[in-house]
Design a protein around this ligand. Sequence first.
Ligand code: DLL
Length: 454
Amino acid sequence: MIFTLIPLPVLILYHGGERMSYLSKDLETMPRDELKALQLKRLKEQIARTYERVECFRKRMDEKGLKPEDIQTLEDLAKVPFSYKKDLRDYYPFGLFAEPLKNVVRFHASSGTTGKRIVVGYTRNDLETWAECAARMMSAIGITDEDIIQVSYGYGLFTGGFGVHSAAEKLGCAVIPMSSGNTKLQIQNMVDFGATVLCCTPSYAMHLGEEVNHMGVKDQIKLKCGIFGAEPWTESMRREIEKSLGLKAYDIYGLTEVIGPGVACECSEKAGMHIWEDHFLPEIIDPDTGEVLPEGSTGELVFTSLTKEAFPVIRYRTRDICRLEYQPCKCGRTHLRMCKPQGRSDDMLIVRGVNVFPSQIEEVLLKTSGGDITPNYQIIVDRVNNTDTFDVNVEMSESLFEDEVRSIESIEKRITSELRSTLGIGAKVHLVNPKSIERSEGKAKRVIDKRNLH
Ligand code: DLL
C-alpha cells in the first residue's frame, strides 16, 4: 500500500496532568492492536474516575451491580449504562462535571431542540486536548502554517468558532476570527486578506457562494479548501459549494457534549471521517434495543470519551445515525471512519407512517435540478383532518424565474415524481421566487413541523 500521509506536525498532548509528547503521525497510523491497548488503558481510567466523581454515573453503575473493576476488556463496555442528552438537562448546569469549578476554565453550551440548554465545561488540559484533536483534523486535510483561515462559525457558547480557532492557531495559521453573519463583509475580508481556508456550516457556505457569484468576485478569492460541518449535508451539496466557491470541501464532525469540532474529519481521500479513536471510543447500537450492532451496520453512534477531565461522557447516545468503516484508509491512517450521518434520529420525520430524513429530500432536489432550482428549500409538515400534509418549498433559479416560456407546473411535477420514487410518499412541491427562503448563517432550519402546535 502506498501511504500518502501529509506530513503531520509534532503536537504535545496533556492528559491527566502527565505531559505526553507524541508524533500525531505515529498516533494516527498506530497498528490497531496497539491502539486498542491504549484505548483500554484510558477507558479503565476514565470509567474509574467518572465513577468516583459523577454521582449520576455511579448510581447507574450501582443499579446494574457494576464496579469499574468489572471493565477489563473493550467488549465489557457494552455492559456499562448509557448516558443521554436528557441527563445534561436533568443535572443542569454542573451536576455532571467531574472537576470542581475552580479547575474549569471554559464553558460551552448548545440549545437543545427542545427545552433547557445544555452546558459543558473544560479544564485547561481539556482545551489542550480539544485544540490538538482539531489541529490534527486540519492537518489531515492538508492545512499548514502557510494558510490564512477565515473562521465563519459562530463564536460564543457554540463550540464551532472557538474550536477551530484554537486549532488553527496551534498549527500556526493566520486566523481571521469573523464569526457568522455580515455576509458582505465576510466576502470583502476573504478577498482583502487572501483567505485560503473557510470554516463554516455547509448551509452558510452555500449562501457565501451565492453572494460571491452575485458580487462577481469569484476570481478574486483564493480559497483552496473549506472545512464544513455541524449539520448534515449531502454529496450534491458538496459539489455545489465546490463549484460556487472554487475550493475543495471537507466534512468535519463533532458535538458539544463530546468536545466540539475535532471528533472526526475527512482526510485528503474524502472517504469518510476518521474518528480520533485515541480520545473518543465509538460504538454503533440499535437505537431501539440499545444492543451493540455488528461491524458495518448502520445504527446510532455512541461515544465514550477516553481522556476528558471536566466533562467525561460514558456511552453517550448521540442520536446520529451512521455506519463505521473498518477497512484501512488509503491515506495510511488506522483510525476508523464514520460515514456522513444521514441525520439525527430525532430529526427524522415520520410522515404518514414513512420515515423521512431531510437529507434524502435535499439529495433529490440537487440531483434533479438541471439548473431550474436552487438548493434552498424548506419542508413543511402539518396535520389536517387527521392526515399529515407534506409540502416542500424550493426556490427556483433566476433563469427559470425570467423564462416566460417554460411551465413551472411541469417542473414541479417532475420533482414531485422523483421525490415519490425516493421516499415512497407524495409531497406537494412548490417552486417559490428566488431569494424568498431565509438564508442561514449557522445551522439551517430546513423543517417546520406544525403537527405539535395544534
Ligand atoms: O455542531 C460541533 C461542530 C461545530 C461540528 C463545527 C463541526 C463543526 P453541536 O451544536 O452540539 O456541535 O451539534 C452536534 O450536529 O450530533 C450532529 O447531529 C450534527 N453534526 C455535527 N457535525 C456534523 C456533520 C457542533 N459533519 C450535532 N454531519 C451532532 C452531520 C453533523 N451532522
